[in-house]
Design a protein around this ligand. Sequence first.
Ligand code: HEC
Ligand code: HEC
Length: 480
Amino acid sequence: MKTPRQRSTRWICTVGMVGTVGGLLGLMACSHSEASRINASEQTPEIPPPSTPPPPPGETFEQMKARLEAEKPFYMDRQRALLEARYDLSNRPGRVKMTRGKPIQAGVRVKLPPGQTWPQLAVMTPAEIRAADVFPAGFMPLPHPKQLEGGMLFPHFAIEEILAQTGRDLQRFDLEFDLPDHVLPEFPPAIFLTTRLDLGDVSHGEVVTTHNYYRLFKDILNTKQLDGLRLLVSPFAQQQFNLIDDRRSAEPQLGVACLDCHTNGHTNGATHLVGDIRPQEQRNRIETTSLRGVNIQERFGSQRALMSVEDFTQFEQSAAYFDGDIDKAALKGVNPLDPISQVQHMAEMQKLFDFPPAPKLDVFGRLTSRATAAELRGEALFRGKARCAECHSGPYFTDNSMHDLQLERFFPERVVNDQVANGDGPIKTFTLRGIKESPPYLHDGRLITLDDTIEFFNLVLELKLTQQEKADLLAFLLVL
Ligand code: HEC
Ligand code: HEC
């Protein structure tokens, strides 16, 4: 794996870098960036996008690229201002590590509104929080860096590794991924196969792509599964990455593979917008879910409640890849998957990705005598006062259902960076097995650490947990 390269310097707005075509826009972007910095001290900066003229008719690919590149600093600056206003994104590793050694970030990272403390907020009713407008902004929906355009966005380390191995470049010229590396899952993540747990991590520290999948798996999978894995690493044309002029990569690209986001059957934190909500402002940002443990799940997608991995696989290809835009899909090269020979194989392979080991849990998902006193207290809270197990139930900590957390109790609807922020409606109860390995949290990745999720549920479920209880609950979540 290459050494991760920080690209944050590209966010800095420099007029000098903007070409002649985008000169004026560059200036606009800079002045808007100043505005966004000023607003960053507010809870939810609301900054309109630059008023770009509609694309001239007959605009060439090169002209479109220059136009969108000139707008890029505005969007990245605005997003950074939003993130800085909402979160402490510093690199503060805790003592616990993911399977292959990446440290888990510690501490509550969601910032409090001025003058508030967590205990103060916790004694207020939802109506009081809403009336005083003190629901922390980091608990509200997180917009896509360019909400009105959306599309797939990959962290730089995934782009670099896929490019190095396969020559396929998933860099967009109009946008960069927005969250820093240290708040994302480890890369590459470990792979555990339900069929060969005896082997432990079978990734051998490699990112599985078209170029190494056969070497890595030929001796431990059957040919049907190998074919499924081949399809999961094969690029399929997609809205932003394709062979025609309507793309967001500098050069034509064959497309995106399932495992470009679900790296090694887990996740690298890549993001896009949910496919089936309109208009664009209403669409949820979604953070790539892990495929670990899909075999025990009964519904798929945070909101769609598709009932099988097979349906979801077909759906990802036919709808999510093209934002539900069927006209463009035909031109860009939609790749309908055959249900019997392809979808079945891909689904079978996905169902082999297991959760990472949890040596302190027994067959019922209960702590064994290896657990510490704090972990045991945390488990008791999880099933008792904190009420987590009422939804995160059973050995895999999910009821395989959806729940509406009714966040609109805490804040009135508003528009933040072109996204309508509201209560999200029913969302899937994600499993909590292996949860420490898949930050950031919630469907849109709005929470950075597990500590944040505890503060979130403490308010949302009106639990009134003490500091000690929060610490115990965290100790429990870290062993799942
Ligand atoms: C841009 C990154 C990206 C790519 C590429 C991608 N996915 Fe996903 N995948 C996601 C996101 C984000 C979700 C969560 C969807 C939601 O919340 O509604 C998801 C969800 C899923 C789920 C449901 C998991 C669950 O627990 O609910 C399955 C199954 C899945 N993807 C399979 C695939 C397959 C098969 C492909 C290739 C055809 C693919 N994905 C390509 C990002 C991606
Ligand atoms: C009423 C049902 C319900 C209860 C009770 C509940 N949760 Fe959840 N939990 C959910 C839902 C639904 C989501 C997904 C929300 C979203 O993505 O917006 C979720 C998401 C999470 C996540 C993030 C999962 C991921 O993959 O990003 C964590 C961590 C979590 N819950 C922990 C807890 C803890 C700890 C408690 C107890 C203090 C708790 N939950 C209580 C329903 C519940």
